[in-house]
Design a protein around this ligand. Structure first.
Ligand code: NAD
Length: 257
């Protein structure tokens, strides 16, 4: 098989949680471009439908409403996608939220909201999709961590977020070790600052924050969301067949300083 053929996702089924916008949408675009049928699984049903409609072409794309923090909702998502597109070969656990506040002022409610989406959500989706993959002895899971799981990035204060992302990387390694001999590979991507539409809006209101981010990013710019497409395709495909338990950092050098 040629190198290029090993990147193919022709005939595969992928779920991207939080795929309606931002990084999830870009990763879904990359997977669809390489031939996968893609389910855009998101809490925001209308935006998920828009994104799925835009991707629907040679490969099939559907929208599915899910709250990744709710186990019955996750189970229903897996059932729906399997009925519509067939068993799941690739899961991208991308849905995530951030709530910035100084630790001493962070309410327990806020702490728990962030943990629920960023950790419970990753666990629940990996559990239910993973179960199906283990039965079929094949599948790849890609969790979206962050450089914030390795480095306390500044100036924003986000202890809950940083903690969850460190947890995502350890969950990735743990699942990878448990499932390695049963055909399921689990890896993670840890992006640095990526210029999504939402990030753009935040920076417009806080130009000082952008200055600080750029000063700490050796490559001298923020990442473009589309720069994640190739990395997710690599981890989702046979191209990465000997890789499991890794978190790949893509941060323009931020954590290497
Ligand atoms: P975003 O807010 O633009 O998109 C997140 C998506 O997740 C939204 O469509 C939202 O509706 C969905 N979502 C939120 N809660 C959900 C839930 N409970 N169930 C289902 N869907 C839910 O975010 P983004 O910037 O594209 O980030 C995507 C992922 O990448 C997150 O895990 C984030 O932590 C991570 N990340 C982002 C950056 C960045 O610079 N943007 C950097 C590092 C890591």
């Amino acid at each position: 098989m040629s190198v290029l053929e090993r990147f193919s996702l022709e005939g595969e089924t992928a779920i991207v949680t939080g795929g309606a916008q931002g990084l999830g949408k870009e990763m879904a675009t990359g997977l669809a471009e390489m031939g996968a049928d893609v389910a855009i699984a998101d809490m925001n049903a209308s935006k998920a439908s828009e994104t799925a409609d835009a991707l629907d072409g040679e490969a099939e794309a559907i929208a599915v409403e899910v709250d990744v923090t709710d186990e019955p909702s996750v189970e229903a998502m897996v059932e729906h996608v399997t009925d519509r597109l067939g068993p799941v070969d690739v899961l991208v656990n991308n849905a995530g939220i951030v709530e910035n506040s100084p630790a001493e002022e962070t309410s327990l409610d806020s702490w728990q909201r962030v943990l629920a989406v960023n950790l419970d959500g990753v666990f629940l989706c990996a559990k239910h999709v993973g179960k199906q993959m283990l039965e079929r002895r094949g599948g790849r899971i890609i969790n979206v961590s962050s450089m914030s799981g390795f480095d306390v990035n500044v100036p924003q204060k986000q202890a809950s977020y940083n903690t969850t992302k460190a947890g995502v990387s350890m969950l990735t390694s743990s699942l990878a070790v448990e499932w390695a001999d049963r055909g399921v590979r689990v890896n993670a991507i840890a992006p640095g600052y990526m210029r999504t539409e939402l990030v753009d809006e935040v920076l417009e209101e806080n130009p000082e924050m952008e200055k600080s981010w750029l000063q700490n990013t050796p490559i001298g710019r923020l990442g473009r969301p589309d720069e994640l497409r190739e990395l997710v395709v690599y981890l989702a495909s046979e191209a990465s067949s000997y890789m499991t338990g890794s978190t790949v950092v893509m941060d323009g050098g931020y954590t290497s300083r």
